[in-house]
Design a protein around this ligand. Sequence first.
Ligand code: HEM
Length: 437
Amino acid sequence: MTEPRVPQSRPQGWRSWVQESALYRSIIRSPAHDSPRGRAQRAFGNVFLHVYPVRVPRALLRFRSTWRLGFISTVLFTILLITGVYLMFFYTPAVSMAYGDMQLLRSQVGFGQLIRNVHRWGAHLMVLAVVFHLVRVFIDGAYKAPRQFNWVIGVGLLVVTLAYSFTGYLLPWDQLAYWAVTVGSDLVQYAPGVGGWMRNFLLGGSTIGQSALLRFYVIHVAVLTGAFFLLMAVHLWRLRKDGLAVGDVAPLAHDVTERADDHEAITVAAETWLPDGRRVLGVVETDEGPGHARAPEDEVFAWPHLIIRHQVVALAACALVLALGVAFEAPLRELANPNVTPEPSKAPWYFVGLQELLAHFDPLVAGVLAPGVLIAALVALPYIDRNPSRRPQDRKVALIVFWSLFIALAVLTVIGALFRGPGWGFVLPWEHLYFEP
Ligand code: HEM
């Protein structure tokens, strides 16, 4: 199926006057034609849209191709950035002020509580979205060549996302924040040799006080944001270079050309579009065989097909976080008090699985070896699993190992979050729930 040719209608009246003015043409260089060339220009003539390739695999239009989870993570991050900046206007990272600022947000600041709610639920959802995105990428075998390095960058993004949530947790300076971070940072000190030093570095001392609050704040708003943008730039750039592992197709011809730099090259047909919408074929050098070149009928223009779908998903994600923010208030317990330990004191939910493990194993095993080995195994995965096939029936061992670990972690998390009460004793959540997100 080829792209439908849409009859051209030139803008009339004031629209034509605006679009032909020198000011407009200096910002938007080419008029918006609904022709193949116009659609291509929409993508590469716009600083935001040029992240997209001009044409994408048709299979990518199906929601289930990626479940849009990477995109949803990006949308959630944008929501967190905007709401986070708003919160920064009213928040002081000082032990004497932080809790009071939280109360002022509720009563004195326009939309303060709503923005705080959206920021908090958005953060929880982002952890979930990123984890499910990782699972989707694993199931599709999309970490295999040539995408190994992008998987490693992804693991970096996962660590940054968890670190964002964890450092943000302390900022309200209430009992929930103080004790969750106490449990979390206590885990660090079990690292052999460097544990005590790492904990001191993170907290700026041996206890959680003013230095810890300031360090968590700076890491939360500045260090992680810098790291996130850097990793994200590489993640998206590599996506363009490697293409998406969707529909079992190769990357676009012009991207393939760049990948061929260091390899023995052969030539395959590549296409380009003329101003009148005709397509011409040329040759490019590539390390892929011609059999990998995608047929034009397997591709569609990113604008409007994919971009419109992304806009709908972005609106749905915004609506969901807003609805959660309206319906559920972010918790704020009493002012942090180092002398009163709440029972039970739990780590944030995404670390509570480790806390549960701690109840059964030595702290060195549960607090350091288990998470360390898990992250190292994730990083090494694409280099260990050399099986080139992405079909599930050829990857039984990898899938069984992955699902076993994932289910074990999920079960530990559910037990720790819902089935544990005072003294880490077993409780039934429908009798008494000791869990606050
Ligand atoms: C903040 C976190 C992340 C963001 C914002 C993000 C964003 C994206 C986006 C927008 C895509 C395009 C496909 C889609 O929409 O799903 C993508 C693909 C990809 N991501 Fe991520 N990602 C993140 C974390 C991760 C993680 C944790 C991993 C794995 C460890 C990962 C590995 C990959 C790989 C290998 C691809 C290519 C998938 C394919 O070819 O089908 N990403 N990512």
